[in-house]
Ligand binder design. Structure first.
Ligand SMILES: Cc1cc2nc3c(=O)[nH]c(=O)nc-3n(C[C@H](O)[C@H](O)[C@H](O)COP(=O)(O)OP(=O)(O)OC[C@H]3O[C@@H](n4cnc5c(N)ncnc54)[C@H](O)[C@@H]3O)c2cc1C
Length: 312
């Protein structure tokens, strides 16, 4: 059985950052990543630009540069690869952690590699930096399992000259709706709220609202999806049930942490905040010896967290 004093689950910006901080203190942690380094960022929309400026994405004291005011996805991928190799971090990519058993000071970790091999490791401490991007929040309506339903928007080209429905009213939905519109898709936006959310970035929101005002993008507010069919979608609107022609549905309804995995290591969420319970000073979880880090700690809105989970 392979040994490591600290195992870090997740090689996102946080997992890498934890690895660097430990290395700087003489602790050689082993980082496990079920996909590639910064897998969540890799799965972001292809042409995405971050909302924040480079210095807010920096780790390990390494400056991040960008040709633009805000870095794009490609620049971020390159930056985190460079930082990981600069610090010589041990990242086992394409190795998913399936279980963590044992007690503080003596944990057993089981993993599966992309070719299906099972491995076991022993370690004294565990850091979970598993993020929240792997589990989409479902609509839970008939037809959601059709291949035309997409929870992760990548890019717009394949949807040229097609009828697409974008469900959601926040940043991911707004960005997808605009990109799809600019690429010649016939876009309809559907949101259960009264209007596009105020949390949408100030340089994106007016653009989408103007497209809607101009009738270039159709919109249904205070509405919800009732059923998804091969060639149409049935929606509930304040004016009654409406059926619209449809080729693709982008369900940009948010994401949530892997609650099953968290529960399997004894970590529960505070129902009020959706945040995992932990010691606010040390970030040690309810299970002694297991620490939580990154966006995972931010929690999620209870309504989202409690919805049915389907692992990606
Ligand atoms: C579209 C979008 C735009 C965003 N823009 C910004 C922005 O502009 N600025 C900003 O500050 N933040 C932004 N965020 C939020 C930011 O991406 C996250 O805060 C950041 O990625 C969190 O880093 P993390 O390391 O905590 O989690 P993640 O980056 O999600 O990393 C978690 C890693 O854990 C891995 N993992 C999960 N489970 C396992 C397992 N069982 N075994 C092995 N590996 C596992 C995952 O594959 C993943 O690589 C954005 C998020 C999204 C979705």
């Amino acid at each position: 059985m392979k040994q490591s004093s600290v195992a870090i689950v997740g090689a996102g910006p946080t997992g890498l950052s934890c690895g660097i901080a430990l290395k700087q203190r003489g602790v050689d942690a082993l980082i496990f990543e079920k996909g590639c380094v910064v897998n969540s960022i890799y799965n972001y929309p292809t042409n995405m630009s971050f909302f924040t400026t480079p210095e807010l994405l920096e780790i390990g004291g390494i400056p991040m540069t960008s040709l633009n005011e805000k870095p794009n996805r490609t620049e971020a991928l390159k930056y985190y690869r460079r930082v990981a190799s600069y610090y010589g971090l041990h990242v086992n990519q394409y190795e998913r952690i399936d279980s963590v058993t044992g007690v503080d000071g003596s944990f057993h970790i089981r993993s599966t590699t992309r070719d299906g091999q099972q491995h076991e490791y022993a370690c004294e401490k565990v850091i979970l930096a598993t993020g929240y991007y792997d589990i989409p929040v479902l609509l839970n309506v008939p037809g959601e399992d059709l291949p035309k339903v997409i929870h992760y928007y990548k890019e717009s080209h394949p949807y040229f000259d097609h009828d697409v429905l974008v469900v959601g009213g926040k940043n991911s939905a707004a960005i997808a709706a605009l990109e799809l519109h600019w690429s010649g898709a016939r876009v309809t936006v559907l949101h259960r709220g009264l209007q596009i959310s105020d949390s949408v970035k100030y340089w994106i929101k007016p653009n989408l609202e103007n497209r809607i005002k101009a009738g270039e993008i159709q919109a249904y507010f205070q509405s919800s999806v009732k059923e998804i069919r091969e060639r149409e979608v049935v929606i509930e609107t304040p004016a009654g049930t409406v059926t619209i022609a449809n080729d693709f549905v982008f369900a940009m309804t948010g994401y949530q942490p892997d609650l099953r995995f968290l529960a399997s290591v004894g970590i529960t969420l505070d129902p009020a905040t959706g945040k995992p319970r932990l010691n606010p000073d040390t970030y040690e979880s309810e299970t002694p010896g297991i620490y939580l880090a990154g966006v995972l700690v931010a929690g999620c809105t209870p309504t989202k967290c409690l919805s049915k989970q389907v692992t990606r």
